[in-house]
Write a protein that binds this ligand. Structure first.
Ligand code: ATP
Length: 246
């Protein structure tokens, strides 16, 4: 059997803000098809790490390989073309544009050449169908309920047909019912994409992740399966707390 190559390799990555080492020598390998959760206390460096991976933040040193190719110096829009899509922690929709146009925009932006109208429409509809918003095409995005706005963001990412979809705190502000639907959606997405998930909701992490990377003070504190992470005493001390803690 042929060996499977990693989709993403991060090597000894560093990034400081002033004197603060937000990412302090992180190594990370993500295999294709994996759902990788990135967890850790507030300020641990999770958002900085994914910002470095998608190219919104420049590293001080270290390297990032995507599908075997060194992308460390590649600007963010070129990484999108390579297949890295990122949905923001903070809502990034355009409230005055329709649901359809919100998804059409990133597709158009990501292309070298203009996309044919029929193909564009097909791609947008497909992404909106996957998240369950295809009955709201003409509605201004700002009129959607909050949970639907978050789904719209996922559709914006999906429309780019990413090989790596990075979701930064996607369930923040969602109701329990919406979270359940979201978990099912990520499972469906993970059938043909690799997912990196920054998430504070431990139930979501434990039920979705194949592997979990725990960050603390800009370093990898632990990495393993949900079972391994749950059982890890260092992780419990730094982050998880006792099972009944709220
Ligand atoms: N642009 C910036 N300028 C200055 N400091 C920053 C900047 N971005 C991040 N930091 C600092 O770097 C550290 C890591 O931040 P980061 O947002 O990566 O953590 P996080 O693990 O994502 O936290 P949270 O769970 O709160 O989102 C924090 O101390 C943060 O204040």
């Amino acid at each position: 059997m042929a060996a499977v190559n990693p989709l993403l390799v991060v090597k000894d990555l560093h990034r400081s803000f002033g004197g603060l080492k937000a990412v302090d020598g992180i190594d990370l390998t993500v295999m294709p098809g994996e759902v990788r959760a990135i967890i850790g206390p507030n300020g641990a460096g999770k958002s900085t790490l994914v910002g470095l991976v998608c190219g919104r933040i420049e590293p001080d040193s270290g390297s990032i390989l995507f599908d075997g190719r060194d992308i460390t110096a590649l600007p963010a829009h070129r990484r999108v073309r390579q297949g890295i899509a990122y949905t923001f922690q903070i809502t990034s929709i355009f409230p005055n544009l329709t649901v359809f146009d919100n998804v059409a925009l990133p597709v158009q932006r990501s292309q070298h050449h203009s996309v044919g109208v029929a193909r564009l429409r097909r791609g947008v509809l497909e992404a909106l169908e996957r998240v369950g918003l295809s009955d709201r095409l003409d509605q201004p995005a700002g009129e959607l309920a909050y949970g639907h706005q978050r789904l719209l963001e996922v559709a914006m990412g999906l429309s780019l047909k990413p090989r790596l979809l990075i979701l930064d705190e996607p369930t923040q502000g969602l109701s329990d019912g919406e979270i359940e639907g979201f978990v099912a959606l990520v499972r469906e997405i993970a059938r043909d994409a690799t997912v990196m998930l920054i998430e504070h909701n431990m139930d979501v992490v434990m039920s979705l992740a194949d592997r979990i990377t725990v960050l603390n003070f800009g370093k990898v504190l632990a990495e393993g399966t949900p079972e391994e992470i749950r059982a890890n005493a260092h992780v419990q001390a730094a982050y998880l707390g006792t099972p009944d803690d709220e």
